[in-house]
Design a binder for this molecule. Structure first.
Ligand SMILES: *[C@@H]1O[C@H](CO)[C@@H](O)[C@H](O)[C@H]1NC(C)=O
Ligand SMILES: *[C@@H]1O[C@H](CO)[C@@H](O)[C@H](O)[C@H]1NC(C)=O
Ligand SMILES: *[C@@H]1O[C@H](CO)[C@@H](O)[C@H](O)[C@H]1NC(C)=O
Ligand SMILES: *[C@@H]1O[C@H](CO)[C@@H](O)[C@H](O)[C@H]1NC(C)=O
Ligand SMILES: *[C@@H]1O[C@H](CO)[C@@H](O)[C@H](O)[C@H]1NC(C)=O
Ligand SMILES: *[C@@H]1O[C@H](CO)[C@@H](O)[C@H](O)[C@H]1NC(C)=O
Ligand SMILES: *[C@@H]1O[C@H](CO)[C@@H](O)[C@H](O)[C@H]1NC(C)=O
Ligand SMILES: *[C@@H]1O[C@H](CO)[C@@H](O)[C@H](O)[C@H]1NC(C)=O
Length: 477
Protein backbone atom coordinates (compact mmCIF):
# COMPACT_ATOMS: atom_id res chain seq x y z
CA UNK A 1 0.00 0.00 0.00
CA UNK A 2 2.97 2.22 0.19
CA UNK A 3 2.82 2.59 -3.54
CA UNK A 4 -0.79 3.30 -3.95
CA UNK A 5 -2.76 6.12 -2.59
CA UNK A 6 -6.27 5.35 -1.61
CA UNK A 7 -9.61 5.62 -3.14
CA UNK A 8 -12.68 7.59 -2.40
CA UNK A 9 -14.66 5.02 -4.30
CA UNK A 10 -16.98 3.14 -1.99
CA UNK A 11 -16.49 0.04 -4.14
CA UNK A 12 -13.04 -0.47 -2.82
CA UNK A 13 -13.79 0.18 0.81
CA UNK A 14 -13.41 -3.28 2.14
CA UNK A 15 -10.09 -4.23 0.67
CA UNK A 16 -7.17 -5.46 2.66
CA UNK A 17 -5.29 -2.41 1.52
CA UNK A 18 -7.79 -0.17 3.20
CA UNK A 19 -7.74 -2.12 6.39
CA UNK A 20 -3.97 -1.93 6.44
CA UNK A 21 -4.09 1.83 5.98
CA UNK A 22 -6.63 2.04 8.73
CA UNK A 23 -4.46 0.13 11.13
CA UNK A 24 -1.47 2.18 10.20
CA UNK A 25 -3.13 5.39 11.23
CA UNK A 26 -3.30 4.31 14.87
CA UNK A 27 0.04 5.53 16.00
CA UNK A 28 1.68 7.74 18.60
CA UNK A 29 4.03 10.46 19.72
CA UNK A 30 5.41 11.39 23.08
CA UNK A 31 3.44 14.41 24.27
CA UNK A 32 6.44 16.04 25.91
CA UNK A 33 8.14 16.31 22.54
CA UNK A 34 6.19 19.46 21.75
CA UNK A 35 7.08 20.96 25.09
CA UNK A 36 10.68 20.31 24.29
CA UNK A 37 10.65 21.82 20.83
CA UNK A 38 8.87 24.91 21.99
CA UNK A 39 11.86 25.67 24.20
CA UNK A 40 14.28 25.67 21.31
CA UNK A 41 15.51 29.16 20.93
CA UNK A 42 14.80 31.07 17.79
CA UNK A 43 18.20 32.73 17.90
CA UNK A 44 19.97 29.38 17.68
CA UNK A 45 17.95 28.58 14.61
CA UNK A 46 18.71 31.84 12.90
CA UNK A 47 22.36 30.88 12.97
CA UNK A 48 21.54 27.62 11.24
CA UNK A 49 19.76 29.42 8.47
CA UNK A 50 22.53 31.48 7.01
CA UNK A 51 21.43 31.70 3.40
CA UNK A 52 23.60 30.05 0.81
CA UNK A 53 22.65 29.98 -2.82
CA UNK A 54 20.20 27.26 -3.71
CA UNK A 55 21.83 24.56 -5.74
CA UNK A 56 20.54 23.28 -9.02
CA UNK A 57 18.10 26.02 -10.03
CA UNK A 58 19.87 28.51 -12.16
CA UNK A 59 16.89 29.35 -14.36
CA UNK A 60 13.94 30.73 -12.46
CA UNK A 61 11.62 30.74 -15.40
CA UNK A 62 11.76 26.97 -15.66
CA UNK A 63 10.19 26.69 -12.25
CA UNK A 64 6.74 27.59 -10.97
CA UNK A 65 5.72 31.08 -10.04
CA UNK A 66 6.24 30.47 -6.36
CA UNK A 67 9.84 29.42 -6.65
CA UNK A 68 12.10 31.80 -4.83
CA UNK A 69 15.47 31.07 -6.17
CA UNK A 70 18.18 32.09 -3.79
CA UNK A 71 20.61 32.45 -6.66
CA UNK A 72 18.85 35.60 -7.75
CA UNK A 73 17.23 36.67 -4.48
CA UNK A 74 19.41 37.95 -1.70
CA UNK A 75 17.03 38.32 1.23
CA UNK A 76 17.56 41.44 3.26
CA UNK A 77 15.39 40.11 6.05
CA UNK A 78 15.35 36.51 7.24
CA UNK A 79 11.56 36.53 7.03
CA UNK A 80 10.69 38.67 4.01
CA UNK A 81 7.06 37.52 4.05
CA UNK A 82 6.49 38.03 7.75
CA UNK A 83 5.94 35.66 10.63
CA UNK A 84 3.70 32.75 11.39
CA UNK A 85 1.78 32.07 14.57
CA UNK A 86 0.99 28.45 15.35
CA UNK A 87 -2.13 27.94 17.45
CA UNK A 88 -1.74 25.96 20.61
CA UNK A 89 -4.63 23.62 19.87
CA UNK A 90 -6.01 21.30 22.52
CA UNK A 91 -4.12 17.98 22.17
CA UNK A 92 -7.28 16.14 21.12
CA UNK A 93 -6.79 17.76 17.70
CA UNK A 94 -3.23 16.61 17.17
CA UNK A 95 -0.99 14.68 19.52
CA UNK A 96 -3.83 12.68 21.06
CA UNK A 97 -4.59 11.36 17.58
CA UNK A 98 -1.21 9.61 17.58
CA UNK A 99 -1.76 6.41 19.52
CA UNK A 100 1.09 4.67 21.20
CA UNK A 101 1.39 1.22 19.69
CA UNK A 102 3.66 0.38 16.85
CA UNK A 103 6.52 -1.89 16.03
CA UNK A 104 8.82 -2.01 13.06
CA UNK A 105 8.87 -5.79 13.23
CA UNK A 106 5.19 -6.37 12.76
CA UNK A 107 3.84 -6.47 9.22
CA UNK A 108 0.52 -4.97 10.24
CA UNK A 109 1.99 -2.25 12.36
CA UNK A 110 5.13 -1.59 10.43
CA UNK A 111 4.59 2.06 9.73
CA UNK A 112 5.71 3.66 12.92
CA UNK A 113 6.60 6.42 10.49
CA UNK A 114 4.05 8.87 11.78
CA UNK A 115 4.97 8.53 15.44
CA UNK A 116 8.71 8.33 15.45
CA UNK A 117 11.28 11.01 14.87
CA UNK A 118 8.92 14.03 14.58
CA UNK A 119 6.97 12.39 11.76
CA UNK A 120 10.00 11.26 9.74
CA UNK A 121 10.00 7.65 11.00
CA UNK A 122 12.86 5.47 12.18
CA UNK A 123 16.06 4.91 10.21
CA UNK A 124 15.70 2.63 7.16
CA UNK A 125 18.43 0.25 8.27
CA UNK A 126 17.33 -2.30 5.66
CA UNK A 127 18.94 -0.06 3.04
CA UNK A 128 22.38 -0.87 4.43
CA UNK A 129 22.37 -3.84 2.08
CA UNK A 130 22.22 -1.67 -1.05
CA UNK A 131 23.57 1.77 -0.11
CA UNK A 132 26.92 2.97 1.21
CA UNK A 133 27.00 4.16 4.82
CA UNK A 134 26.97 7.89 4.10
CA UNK A 135 23.83 7.47 1.97
CA UNK A 136 21.62 5.05 3.84
CA UNK A 137 21.70 7.38 6.84
CA UNK A 138 19.56 9.83 4.87
CA UNK A 139 16.77 7.25 4.55
CA UNK A 140 13.88 6.69 6.95
CA UNK A 141 10.80 4.51 7.25
CA UNK A 142 8.45 7.36 6.58
CA UNK A 143 4.70 6.89 6.44
CA UNK A 144 3.01 8.35 3.38
CA UNK A 145 0.33 10.00 5.54
CA UNK A 146 2.71 11.84 7.86
CA UNK A 147 2.65 15.25 6.19
CA UNK A 148 0.71 17.02 8.93
CA UNK A 149 3.16 15.86 11.60
CA UNK A 150 6.25 16.90 9.63
CA UNK A 151 4.78 20.33 8.81
CA UNK A 152 3.82 20.89 12.43
CA UNK A 153 7.34 20.09 13.60
CA UNK A 154 8.94 22.27 10.96
CA UNK A 155 6.69 25.24 11.76
CA UNK A 156 7.14 24.98 15.54
CA UNK A 157 10.87 25.24 14.94
CA UNK A 158 10.80 27.77 12.17
CA UNK A 159 12.87 30.92 12.38
CA UNK A 160 9.83 32.87 11.20
CA UNK A 161 7.57 31.57 13.93
CA UNK A 162 6.34 34.16 16.38
CA UNK A 163 4.85 33.59 19.81
CA UNK A 164 2.89 36.85 19.53
CA UNK A 165 -0.17 36.56 17.31
CA UNK A 166 -0.38 40.34 16.88
CA UNK A 167 2.93 40.30 14.99
CA UNK A 168 1.94 37.42 12.69
CA UNK A 169 1.22 37.64 8.98
CA UNK A 170 -0.22 34.14 8.86
CA UNK A 171 -1.73 31.60 11.25
CA UNK A 172 -1.05 27.89 11.23
CA UNK A 173 -3.68 25.47 12.52
CA UNK A 174 -1.88 22.28 13.63
CA UNK A 175 -4.92 20.04 13.27
CA UNK A 176 -4.10 16.46 12.17
CA UNK A 177 -7.17 16.17 9.96
CA UNK A 178 -5.89 13.13 8.09
CA UNK A 179 -5.37 11.18 11.28
CA UNK A 180 -8.69 12.33 12.76
CA UNK A 181 -10.65 11.30 9.68
CA UNK A 182 -8.49 8.35 8.60
CA UNK A 183 -9.41 6.36 11.68
CA UNK A 184 -13.08 6.36 10.71
CA UNK A 185 -12.97 6.14 6.93
CA UNK A 186 -13.89 2.49 6.79
CA UNK A 187 -16.59 2.57 9.41
CA UNK A 188 -20.18 3.30 8.65
CA UNK A 189 -20.62 6.15 11.10
CA UNK A 190 -20.06 9.30 9.05
CA UNK A 191 -20.67 11.59 12.00
CA UNK A 192 -17.45 10.29 13.57
CA UNK A 193 -15.48 11.39 10.49
CA UNK A 194 -16.78 14.92 10.93
CA UNK A 195 -16.68 15.24 14.69
CA UNK A 196 -13.08 16.39 15.22
CA UNK A 197 -13.34 18.72 12.22
CA UNK A 198 -16.45 20.40 13.57
CA UNK A 199 -15.01 20.70 17.07
CA UNK A 200 -11.77 22.16 15.76
CA UNK A 201 -13.60 24.78 13.71
CA UNK A 202 -15.76 25.64 16.70
CA UNK A 203 -12.56 26.18 18.70
CA UNK A 204 -10.72 28.20 16.09
CA UNK A 205 -13.71 30.41 15.28
CA UNK A 206 -13.61 31.69 18.85
CA UNK A 207 -10.07 32.96 18.38
CA UNK A 208 -9.60 36.68 18.01
CA UNK A 209 -7.38 36.44 14.92
CA UNK A 210 -9.74 34.11 13.13
CA UNK A 211 -12.55 36.61 13.59
CA UNK A 212 -10.44 39.30 11.95
CA UNK A 213 -10.10 37.37 8.70
CA UNK A 214 -12.64 34.53 8.74
CA UNK A 215 -9.67 32.25 8.12
CA UNK A 216 -8.26 33.79 4.96
CA UNK A 217 -4.82 34.28 6.57
CA UNK A 218 -4.89 30.81 8.09
CA UNK A 219 -3.36 27.64 6.70
CA UNK A 220 -2.93 24.00 7.59
CA UNK A 221 -1.46 20.79 6.25
CA UNK A 222 -3.43 17.61 5.57
CA UNK A 223 -1.77 14.22 5.19
CA UNK A 224 -4.44 12.49 3.10
CA UNK A 225 -5.86 13.21 -0.35
CA UNK A 226 -8.50 15.90 -0.71
CA UNK A 227 -11.24 13.43 -1.70
CA UNK A 228 -11.22 12.03 1.83
CA UNK A 229 -12.68 15.34 3.02
CA UNK A 230 -15.37 16.12 0.46
CA UNK A 231 -18.23 13.76 1.18
CA UNK A 232 -20.90 16.20 0.02
CA UNK A 233 -19.29 16.41 -3.40
CA UNK A 234 -18.62 12.66 -3.60
CA UNK A 235 -20.93 11.21 -6.25
CA UNK A 236 -22.38 8.73 -3.76
CA UNK A 237 -22.16 11.15 -0.83
CA UNK A 238 -20.71 8.24 1.14
CA UNK A 239 -16.95 8.50 1.18
CA UNK A 240 -14.93 10.58 3.61
CA UNK A 241 -15.57 13.52 5.85
CA UNK A 242 -17.19 16.85 4.94
CA UNK A 243 -14.32 18.89 6.37
CA UNK A 244 -13.42 20.67 3.14
CA UNK A 245 -17.08 21.21 2.30
CA UNK A 246 -17.55 23.16 5.52
CA UNK A 247 -18.14 26.85 4.92
CA UNK A 248 -15.60 27.99 7.49
CA UNK A 249 -12.86 26.15 5.61
CA UNK A 250 -13.62 28.01 2.40
CA UNK A 251 -10.79 30.53 2.71
CA UNK A 252 -8.24 28.50 4.64
CA UNK A 253 -5.22 27.41 2.57
CA UNK A 254 -4.31 23.76 3.00
CA UNK A 255 -1.28 21.85 1.88
CA UNK A 256 -2.41 18.43 0.81
CA UNK A 257 -0.86 15.44 -0.98
CA UNK A 258 -3.53 15.51 -3.73
CA UNK A 259 -5.60 18.61 -4.38
CA UNK A 260 -8.95 19.22 -6.01
CA UNK A 261 -7.87 20.97 -9.21
CA UNK A 262 -10.80 23.41 -9.09
CA UNK A 263 -10.18 24.65 -5.55
CA UNK A 264 -7.65 27.47 -5.29
CA UNK A 265 -7.20 26.93 -1.55
CA UNK A 266 -5.98 23.35 -2.00
CA UNK A 267 -2.23 23.39 -2.67
CA UNK A 268 -0.78 20.01 -3.53
CA UNK A 269 2.59 19.16 -2.02
CA UNK A 270 4.75 16.07 -2.59
CA UNK A 271 3.96 12.86 -0.72
CA UNK A 272 6.68 12.31 1.88
CA UNK A 273 9.21 9.73 0.70
CA UNK A 274 11.84 8.05 2.88
CA UNK A 275 14.68 10.32 1.75
CA UNK A 276 15.49 13.07 4.25
CA UNK A 277 19.02 14.46 3.89
CA UNK A 278 20.35 16.41 6.84
CA UNK A 279 22.55 18.77 4.84
CA UNK A 280 23.35 20.03 1.39
CA UNK A 281 26.32 17.66 1.29
CA UNK A 282 24.04 14.68 1.97
CA UNK A 283 21.82 15.87 -0.86
CA UNK A 284 24.66 16.33 -3.35
CA UNK A 285 26.15 12.93 -2.49
CA UNK A 286 22.79 11.38 -3.25
CA UNK A 287 22.35 13.31 -6.49
CA UNK A 288 25.78 12.15 -7.66
CA UNK A 289 25.00 8.59 -6.64
CA UNK A 290 21.76 8.39 -8.64
CA UNK A 291 23.36 10.15 -11.60
CA UNK A 292 26.15 7.56 -11.82
CA UNK A 293 24.13 4.50 -10.98
CA UNK A 294 24.33 1.77 -13.62
CA UNK A 295 20.74 1.45 -14.81
CA UNK A 296 20.69 -1.94 -16.46
CA UNK A 297 16.93 -2.09 -17.12
CA UNK A 298 14.98 0.13 -19.47
CA UNK A 299 11.98 0.45 -17.15
CA UNK A 300 10.37 -0.82 -14.00
CA UNK A 301 6.87 -1.24 -12.68
CA UNK A 302 6.28 -1.37 -8.95
CA UNK A 303 2.78 -2.02 -7.76
CA UNK A 304 0.05 -4.46 -7.07
CA UNK A 305 -3.01 -5.21 -9.09
CA UNK A 306 -6.46 -4.31 -7.87
CA UNK A 307 -8.34 -7.52 -8.51
CA UNK A 308 -11.65 -5.94 -7.64
CA UNK A 309 -11.25 -3.23 -10.26
CA UNK A 310 -12.63 -4.18 -13.67
CA UNK A 311 -10.12 -3.94 -16.46
CA UNK A 312 -7.43 -2.80 -14.03
CA UNK A 313 -4.67 -0.89 -15.79
CA UNK A 314 -2.12 -1.78 -13.16
CA UNK A 315 -2.79 -5.46 -13.79
CA UNK A 316 -2.22 -4.84 -17.47
CA UNK A 317 1.12 -3.12 -16.78
CA UNK A 318 2.16 -5.90 -14.44
CA UNK A 319 1.50 -8.58 -17.06
CA UNK A 320 3.18 -6.49 -19.72
CA UNK A 321 6.22 -6.03 -17.56
CA UNK A 322 6.48 -9.75 -16.74
CA UNK A 323 6.29 -10.48 -20.45
CA UNK A 324 9.01 -7.94 -21.31
CA UNK A 325 11.37 -9.20 -18.65
CA UNK A 326 14.44 -8.35 -20.74
CA UNK A 327 13.71 -4.65 -20.42
CA UNK A 328 11.31 -4.38 -17.47
CA UNK A 329 11.93 -5.03 -13.79
CA UNK A 330 8.78 -6.06 -11.95
CA UNK A 331 8.23 -5.51 -8.28
CA UNK A 332 4.88 -7.09 -7.51
CA UNK A 333 3.82 -5.67 -4.19
CA UNK A 334 1.27 -8.41 -3.67
CA UNK A 335 4.25 -10.79 -3.55
CA UNK A 336 7.13 -8.65 -2.23
CA UNK A 337 6.71 -6.82 1.02
CA UNK A 338 7.13 -3.41 -0.56
CA UNK A 339 5.91 -1.58 2.51
CA UNK A 340 8.30 -3.30 4.88
CA UNK A 341 11.44 -3.56 2.85
CA UNK A 342 12.16 -0.44 0.85
CA UNK A 343 15.39 -1.97 -0.48
CA UNK A 344 13.32 -4.05 -2.93
CA UNK A 345 11.69 -1.02 -4.49
CA UNK A 346 14.65 1.33 -4.29
CA UNK A 347 16.89 -1.21 -6.02
CA UNK A 348 14.43 -1.51 -8.90
CA UNK A 349 14.09 2.26 -9.27
CA UNK A 350 17.84 2.88 -9.16
CA UNK A 351 18.40 0.12 -11.72
CA UNK A 352 15.92 1.46 -14.29
CA UNK A 353 16.00 4.36 -16.75
CA UNK A 354 12.21 4.83 -16.54
CA UNK A 355 9.48 3.91 -14.09
CA UNK A 356 5.84 3.37 -15.03
CA UNK A 357 3.41 5.55 -13.08
CA UNK A 358 -0.24 4.67 -13.71
CA UNK A 359 -2.77 6.49 -11.57
CA UNK A 360 -3.20 5.09 -8.07
CA UNK A 361 -6.57 4.46 -6.47
CA UNK A 362 -6.87 8.20 -6.89
CA UNK A 363 -5.05 10.19 -9.58
CA UNK A 364 -1.81 10.63 -7.69
CA UNK A 365 0.52 8.08 -6.20
CA UNK A 366 3.39 8.23 -3.72
CA UNK A 367 5.52 6.15 -6.07
CA UNK A 368 5.94 9.17 -8.42
CA UNK A 369 8.16 10.72 -5.79
CA UNK A 370 9.98 7.48 -4.91
CA UNK A 371 10.74 7.18 -8.61
CA UNK A 372 12.10 10.69 -9.07
CA UNK A 373 14.11 10.67 -5.84
CA UNK A 374 15.87 7.59 -7.24
CA UNK A 375 16.65 9.50 -10.45
CA UNK A 376 14.38 7.36 -12.59
CA UNK A 377 12.27 9.12 -15.24
CA UNK A 378 8.52 8.84 -14.66
CA UNK A 379 6.20 7.59 -17.41
CA UNK A 380 2.64 8.83 -16.92
CA UNK A 381 -0.54 7.44 -18.47
CA UNK A 382 -2.99 10.06 -17.18
CA UNK A 383 -2.31 13.79 -17.42
CA UNK A 384 -3.92 14.28 -14.05
CA UNK A 385 -1.40 12.06 -12.26
CA UNK A 386 1.14 14.87 -11.96
CA UNK A 387 0.72 17.58 -14.58
CA UNK A 388 -2.06 19.46 -12.86
CA UNK A 389 -0.77 18.82 -9.35
CA UNK A 390 2.43 19.95 -7.57
CA UNK A 391 2.89 23.12 -9.69
CA UNK A 392 5.06 24.70 -7.05
CA UNK A 393 7.44 21.76 -7.08
CA UNK A 394 7.70 19.99 -10.42
CA UNK A 395 9.24 21.49 -13.57
CA UNK A 396 6.72 23.42 -15.68
CA UNK A 397 7.51 21.58 -18.91
CA UNK A 398 6.20 18.00 -18.56
CA UNK A 399 8.40 16.73 -21.38
CA UNK A 400 11.53 18.05 -19.70
CA UNK A 401 11.39 15.40 -16.97
CA UNK A 402 8.75 12.81 -17.93
CA UNK A 403 7.19 10.73 -20.69
CA UNK A 404 3.46 10.66 -21.40
CA UNK A 405 1.75 7.69 -23.05
CA UNK A 406 -2.04 7.80 -23.00
CA UNK A 407 -3.50 4.79 -21.18
CA UNK A 408 -5.99 4.28 -24.01
CA UNK A 409 -3.13 3.94 -26.49
CA UNK A 410 -1.53 1.30 -24.31
CA UNK A 411 -4.80 -0.60 -24.18
CA UNK A 412 -4.99 -0.25 -27.96
CA UNK A 413 -1.67 -2.01 -28.31
CA UNK A 414 1.00 0.71 -28.27
CA UNK A 415 4.19 -0.89 -27.00
CA UNK A 416 5.62 0.99 -24.03
CA UNK A 417 8.99 -0.54 -24.68
CA UNK A 418 9.05 0.69 -28.28
CA UNK A 419 8.05 4.20 -27.24
CA UNK A 420 10.81 4.32 -24.64
CA UNK A 421 13.43 2.84 -26.96
CA UNK A 422 12.89 5.73 -29.36
CA UNK A 423 14.56 8.14 -26.94
CA UNK A 424 18.25 8.71 -27.57
CA UNK A 425 20.87 8.39 -24.84
CA UNK A 426 21.38 12.14 -24.79
CA UNK A 427 17.64 12.87 -24.47
CA UNK A 428 17.42 10.43 -21.59
CA UNK A 429 20.45 11.99 -19.92
CA UNK A 430 18.85 15.44 -20.14
CA UNK A 431 15.57 14.28 -18.68
CA UNK A 432 17.38 12.50 -15.87
CA UNK A 433 19.35 15.65 -15.12
CA UNK A 434 16.06 17.53 -14.81
CA UNK A 435 14.73 14.88 -12.46
CA UNK A 436 17.90 15.06 -10.37
CA UNK A 437 17.79 18.83 -10.09
CA UNK A 438 14.17 18.55 -8.96
CA UNK A 439 15.00 16.23 -6.05
CA UNK A 440 15.51 18.98 -3.42
CA UNK A 441 12.11 20.46 -4.28
CA UNK A 442 10.19 17.21 -3.68
CA UNK A 443 11.74 16.03 -0.44
CA UNK A 444 11.46 16.97 3.22
CA UNK A 445 14.90 17.53 4.69
CA UNK A 446 15.67 16.27 8.17
CA UNK A 447 16.43 19.30 10.21
CA UNK A 448 16.33 20.56 13.73
CA UNK A 449 14.07 23.30 12.62
CA UNK A 450 12.46 25.20 9.83
CA UNK A 451 14.93 24.60 7.04
CA UNK A 452 18.29 23.08 6.35
CA UNK A 453 19.35 26.57 5.46
CA UNK A 454 21.53 25.81 2.49
CA UNK A 455 18.90 24.53 0.09
CA UNK A 456 15.15 24.81 -0.19
CA UNK A 457 13.13 21.64 0.19
CA UNK A 458 9.41 21.02 -0.40
CA UNK A 459 8.51 22.40 3.00
CA UNK A 460 10.48 25.63 2.47
CA UNK A 461 8.85 26.15 -0.93
CA UNK A 462 5.37 25.53 0.47
CA UNK A 463 5.95 27.73 3.49
CA UNK A 464 7.37 30.66 1.55
CA UNK A 465 4.65 30.32 -1.06
CA UNK A 466 1.81 30.57 1.44
CA UNK A 467 3.47 33.36 3.42
CA UNK A 468 4.01 35.39 0.28
CA UNK A 469 0.44 34.87 -0.88
CA UNK A 470 -1.06 35.85 2.46
CA UNK A 471 1.22 38.86 2.76
CA UNK A 472 0.26 40.03 -0.74
CA UNK A 473 -3.44 39.51 -0.04
CA UNK A 474 -3.14 41.64 3.08
CA UNK A 475 -1.24 44.42 1.36
CA UNK A 476 -3.76 44.47 -1.45
CA UNK A 477 -6.60 44.96 1.03
C1 LIG B 1 15.27 30.03 -18.98
O1 LIG B 1 14.24 29.18 -19.44
C2 LIG B 1 13.41 29.78 -20.41
C3 LIG B 1 12.24 28.84 -20.70
O2 LIG B 1 12.63 27.51 -20.65
C4 LIG B 1 14.24 30.11 -21.64
O3 LIG B 1 13.43 30.74 -22.63
C5 LIG B 1 15.35 31.07 -21.23
O4 LIG B 1 16.20 31.31 -22.35
C6 LIG B 1 16.18 30.47 -20.10
N1 LIG B 1 17.13 31.48 -19.62
C7 LIG B 1 18.38 31.20 -19.31
C8 LIG B 1 19.19 32.32 -18.80
O5 LIG B 1 18.83 30.07 -19.43
C1 LIG C 1 -0.38 -2.29 22.45
O1 LIG C 1 -0.02 -3.55 21.95
C2 LIG C 1 -0.05 -4.58 22.92
C3 LIG C 1 0.48 -5.86 22.28
O2 LIG C 1 0.05 -5.99 20.96
C4 LIG C 1 -1.49 -4.73 23.45
O3 LIG C 1 -1.53 -5.74 24.43
C5 LIG C 1 -1.95 -3.41 24.03
O4 LIG C 1 -3.30 -3.49 24.42
C6 LIG C 1 -1.81 -2.31 23.02
N1 LIG C 1 -2.12 -1.01 23.61
C7 LIG C 1 -2.90 -0.11 23.03
C8 LIG C 1 -3.08 1.18 23.74
O5 LIG C 1 -3.43 -0.31 21.95
C1 LIG D 1 -23.99 1.01 6.79
O1 LIG D 1 -24.56 1.95 5.92
C2 LIG D 1 -25.38 1.40 4.93
C3 LIG D 1 -25.80 2.50 3.96
O2 LIG D 1 -26.05 3.68 4.64
C4 LIG D 1 -26.56 0.71 5.59
O3 LIG D 1 -27.40 0.13 4.62
C5 LIG D 1 -26.05 -0.38 6.53
O4 LIG D 1 -27.11 -0.94 7.24
C6 LIG D 1 -25.04 0.19 7.52
N1 LIG D 1 -24.42 -0.87 8.26
C7 LIG D 1 -24.24 -0.84 9.56
C8 LIG D 1 -23.56 -2.02 10.17
O5 LIG D 1 -24.58 0.10 10.24
C1 LIG E 1 -16.70 37.19 8.52
O1 LIG E 1 -17.93 36.55 8.26
C2 LIG E 1 -19.02 37.16 8.90
C3 LIG E 1 -20.25 36.30 8.66
O2 LIG E 1 -20.31 35.86 7.32
C4 LIG E 1 -19.20 38.58 8.36
O3 LIG E 1 -20.27 39.21 9.03
C5 LIG E 1 -17.91 39.33 8.63
O4 LIG E 1 -18.00 40.63 8.05
C6 LIG E 1 -16.71 38.62 8.04
N1 LIG E 1 -15.52 39.28 8.43
C7 LIG E 1 -14.51 39.51 7.58
C8 LIG E 1 -13.33 40.24 8.13
O5 LIG E 1 -14.53 39.13 6.42
C1 LIG F 1 -14.01 33.98 1.62
O1 LIG F 1 -13.46 35.08 0.93
C2 LIG F 1 -14.33 35.67 -0.02
C3 LIG F 1 -13.56 36.73 -0.75
O2 LIG F 1 -12.78 37.47 0.13
C4 LIG F 1 -15.55 36.22 0.73
O3 LIG F 1 -16.44 36.79 -0.19
C5 LIG F 1 -16.22 35.09 1.46
O4 LIG F 1 -17.29 35.59 2.24
C6 LIG F 1 -15.26 34.39 2.39
N1 LIG F 1 -15.86 33.22 2.98
C7 LIG F 1 -16.02 33.07 4.29
C8 LIG F 1 -16.68 31.82 4.74
O5 LIG F 1 -15.63 33.89 5.08
C1 LIG G 1 26.05 -2.24 -15.83
O1 LIG G 1 25.27 -3.40 -15.56
C2 LIG G 1 25.30 -4.34 -16.63
C3 LIG G 1 24.32 -5.45 -16.29
O2 LIG G 1 24.41 -5.82 -14.96
C4 LIG G 1 26.71 -4.84 -16.84
O3 LIG G 1 26.75 -5.73 -17.92
C5 LIG G 1 27.61 -3.65 -17.15
O4 LIG G 1 28.95 -4.06 -17.24
C6 LIG G 1 27.50 -2.59 -16.06
N1 LIG G 1 28.24 -1.40 -16.45
C7 LIG G 1 29.05 -0.75 -15.65
C8 LIG G 1 29.72 0.45 -16.20
O5 LIG G 1 29.23 -1.11 -14.48
C1 LIG H 1 4.47 -11.16 -24.84
O1 LIG H 1 5.54 -10.75 -25.66
C2 LIG H 1 5.58 -11.35 -26.93
C3 LIG H 1 6.84 -10.92 -27.63
O2 LIG H 1 7.12 -9.56 -27.44
C4 LIG H 1 4.32 -10.96 -27.70
O3 LIG H 1 4.31 -11.57 -28.95
C5 LIG H 1 3.10 -11.41 -26.89
O4 LIG H 1 1.92 -10.98 -27.54
C6 LIG H 1 3.15 -10.85 -25.49
N1 LIG H 1 2.07 -11.38 -24.68
C7 LIG H 1 1.33 -10.63 -23.91
C8 LIG H 1 0.28 -11.32 -23.10
O5 LIG H 1 1.49 -9.41 -23.83
C1 LIG I 1 -8.25 3.14 -29.36
O1 LIG I 1 -8.96 2.33 -30.30
C2 LIG I 1 -10.32 2.69 -30.46
C3 LIG I 1 -11.00 1.65 -31.32
O2 LIG I 1 -10.19 1.30 -32.40
C4 LIG I 1 -10.38 4.09 -31.07
O3 LIG I 1 -11.71 4.49 -31.21
C5 LIG I 1 -9.66 5.04 -30.13
O4 LIG I 1 -9.62 6.34 -30.70
C6 LIG I 1 -8.25 4.58 -29.83
N1 LIG I 1 -7.73 5.43 -28.80
C7 LIG I 1 -6.49 5.92 -28.85
C8 LIG I 1 -6.10 6.86 -27.76
O5 LIG I 1 -5.69 5.61 -29.70
Amino acid sequence: MVFSSHSHSPKTQYSLNKILNLIQTHISLHPYFYLFVSFLSIQALVILFARNPLLCFSNRSTAGKHHHDAVSVVPTDDCPYGRVYSYDLPPMFNIDLLLSNCTDLNLWNWQCGIVTNHGYGGGATELRSILPENLYRSWYRTNQFTLEVIFHYRILNHKCRTMEPESATAFYIPFYAGLAVGKHLWMNDTSKRDWHCKMMLKWVKKQEYWKKSNGSDHFMSIGRITWDFRRLTDPGKIWGSTFLNMKSMQNVTRFIIEKAPGDAHDVSVPYPTGFHPKSKDNLIDWQNFVRRFNRSSLFTFIGATRNWVNNDFRGLLLNYCYNESDSCRVVDCSVSQCSIDSSVTLKALLGSEFCLQPRGDSFTRKSIFDCMVAGSIPVFFWKRTAYDQYEWFLPIEPQSYSIFIDHEEVRNGTSIKEVLMRYKKEEIRKMREKVIETIPRIIYAKTNGGGVGDFKDAFDIAFEGVMEKIKEDKEWV
